[in-house]
Every structure is written in C-alpha cells, then in structure tokens.
Design a protein around this ligand. Sequence first.
Ligand code: SF4
Ligand code: SF4
Length: 445
Amino acid sequence: MRTFLYPKKPSGLLYTQRKWVSYLLLLFLFSAPFIQFRDEQLVLLNVLGRKFVFFGLIFTPQDFYLFAFAMLIFLMLIVCFTVIFGRLWCGWACPQTIFMEMIFRRIEYWIEGDANKQKKLDAQPWNKEKVIKKTIKHFLFLVVSFTIANVFLAYLIGSDELYKIISEPFLDHVSGFFSLCFFTLVFYGVFSYVREVVCTVICPYGRLQGVLLDNQSLVVAYDETRGEPRGHLQKDNAKKLGDCIDCGLCVQVCPTGIDIRNGTKLECTNCTACIDACDEVMVKINKPKRLIGFYNLDFIKDRTPFKLSIKAYAYTVVLAIMLGVFGVLIYLRQDVETTILRASGTLYQNRPDGTVSNLYNADLLNKTNKDIYFELKSENEEDKIEFIQKNVVLPKEKSTRLTFFLIRKKKNIKDENYARQKKKKEKEDRKRYSFKLRKKELKER
Ligand code: SF4
Ligand code: SF4
C-alpha cells in the first residue's frame, strides 16, 4: 500500500528563486517545440524518424555518432556538475521536480490547502466537500497532464505532426491520438500517484550519487557541529544545547520525507526547502541562518573550506576535451555527404573515339532542410560525363543516386592503376589470342 507524503508548503528566499528558475525553464520547455529557427523547430527529438534538431543543428541518421557524442557530453556535464554541486539539478532543473513541485503540488495546495488540511481531507469520509475538491483537483491534473503529453509529442514527432493529429480527422491519426491518451495517463499517474518515488527509487541518476559525491561536494547538509545536541527551546537552559530546537519543520517541508539531520541521503533531491524552513526558525530565535545549508561534508566535520576535489578537476578536464572534440566535429561536418564508387564488377572501357570510360555510382545525402540544386562536373575540364541516371535536385533531408560514365582522353590518364589494368588487359588479350591460334593449329592438323 502506497504511503502518501504531505509536505508542508515551502516558502522563503530560495523557494522564491527556485520558482523563478522554474518559470524560465517551463517557458523554454513548453515553447521550444513551437519556435521555428532556420526553418526547423528549436528542439526536436524524433527517435522514430531518427532526426534530432538542436538550435538549428540537424542530426540525421548518418550523424548518429555526433548525436551519441552530444549525449555523452550531456552526461559528463551532469556528472561534473554533480561532483561539485551534488544533486542540485534534481531539485532545481529536473522536469519531474519542476512539474511536480511547481505545478501539481501548487494546484493541490490551492484546492486542498496546506499539509494538515490535505491530511484531514484524505482521512475524512467521502462527503460533498471531499468529492468536489478531489474532482476539481484530478480534473486539473488531467488537463495539465494532457498539455504535457502534447508538448512531449511535439518534441518526439514534431509540432507539425502534432497539429495534424489535433486538426485532421480522427481516423487518419488513430495511433497518434492513442499515443496522446497514453502519455496523458502516464503523466497523470506519475504526478498524482507515483510522485517522489520517481526521484527516490526509479531515477537511475539518484542511485549514482553514492559513486559521484565525495566529501568536497557541495550538498544540502545539516551543520551538526553547530546544531547538536538538539533540544527544545527552554527559558533557563540547564544544559548547553546546540542551535537546533528540534521543531521538525525541516522534515515537514521535505518532499521526499527525509530528515536531513540524519546525514545526507540518496533520497535528498537538494530542493533546498529545508534550508528555507530552518532559516526562518533561526531568524525567529535570533541565531545565524544556515544551520542547514550548502556545505561540503569536510566543512561540517572539521571546518575545511570548500575546494574542488581532484575528481572534480579530472571530470572538468575530460569534459573540456570532449567539448573541444565535439566543436571540431561540428565544424568539419558537411551539409552534403557524397560517396562516389566505381560500379562493382566493371572494368574501364576503350571507346572507338580513343577515349576511356569508367562507370560510377554517386550517392549524395542532403543533411539540410532545403532542396539543393547541383551539377556534377569533373575537376578535369577535358573529361566528359555521360549520365545513365541523372538528377539535378537533392531533396531536403534525403539522398539521391547518380549513375554515370566518366570519359577521359587516353593522353590525360596518368593513373598507375590504369597502367596496371591496361597491362593486365593486354596480357589477357594476348592469352586469348594465343589460345585462339592454338585452337586453329589443332584444327588444321
Ligand atoms: S528546522 Fe532547523 S531547528 Fe528546526 S528541526 Fe530542522 S534543523 Fe532543527
Ligand atoms: S532534505 Fe531538504 S533539500 Fe533534501 S529533499 Fe528534503 S527538503 Fe529537499
């Protein structure tokens, strides 16, 4: 049986900053597939169509190595960021947290009230108030999930395709419509039922923390040197207590239900809600803020100030090298990829006019989103090209094949290969001739 958490509504400076960061990220997330840049949507992750677009850069299946490399860089960026700043990504930038804490949770606070009211509502029998509140909440959850599913599909299949699913007859887009419904239900299930379990159990990134973090990583931590021994505020403190008054607010606001005072846990998403809650308490009791704050564990143990660890330097160097290599690969990448090969199983042909020809196949791939008009020419102006299969337009994001004879005057052939082939051909011709002669001699006898 799932035990639901009822985190208290957070407030404070960090929460306000987190809200603004979330608004910006949400704006980007919801608008990126609908913004056109260089005739493409700003971000497209069409896995099925094997086409990826990032800010005008188009990656076709032939560029898969570049895409895979970009993903590796992204992974390395997160690793590097985690080694230095802990799991800050999870609490401040991960779409799961942003949707959960900044949209769904706030709808819940708005309709059902703060944690205690929610708990009371869930405990009470089904009456008119409960039915109305739950219906409105889940209806809004479904509406938001449907919106997210639309945006998600726009990233996956493109906003144009999504528009067709919405605007054209249902029977023309049955699979698209069912995908929309499926993703709506998935998001609804995640944000109304699974919730923090995604961060604490399912997400593999959270599991990686144990490997990535070290004592120099900055994490949300409780300064136990300052806070312990904890104890409730008393007018005449008989024994000397630490700054923690054991009010439990840091636990009440935690969306993953942990007590940060028991040490850094894998479940902590670094959302910083407990920092705000504790700061508020510290202000009230006239103590310095940041009993809970961003600390490296060495600082808490023996006040060693933050410095980058060797691991952090090593990851940064690797990341810089990867970025450099990626930059070079992007710079060297060409809009049109051309492969010209001699047609298999053919030799050169001697033509009656004294020229020599070879049959070639040319495969051209257009990696841009524009048709390209082209003309195939030989570098040597005296050469002639005789097309068997001709094309003058290279359609956008498609490939085309040309088949042609390249005709060259014998005097212009300096290639050793040709000389070798010519010798071979002459030898074969001589053999054939002597064989014919021998046959003739035998007949005469
Ligand atoms: S909010 Fe601060 S003072 Fe209250 S229990 Fe947590 S650490 Fe202690
Ligand atoms: S311990 Fe603090 S930072 Fe970590 S998840 Fe809970 S509230 Fe957020």
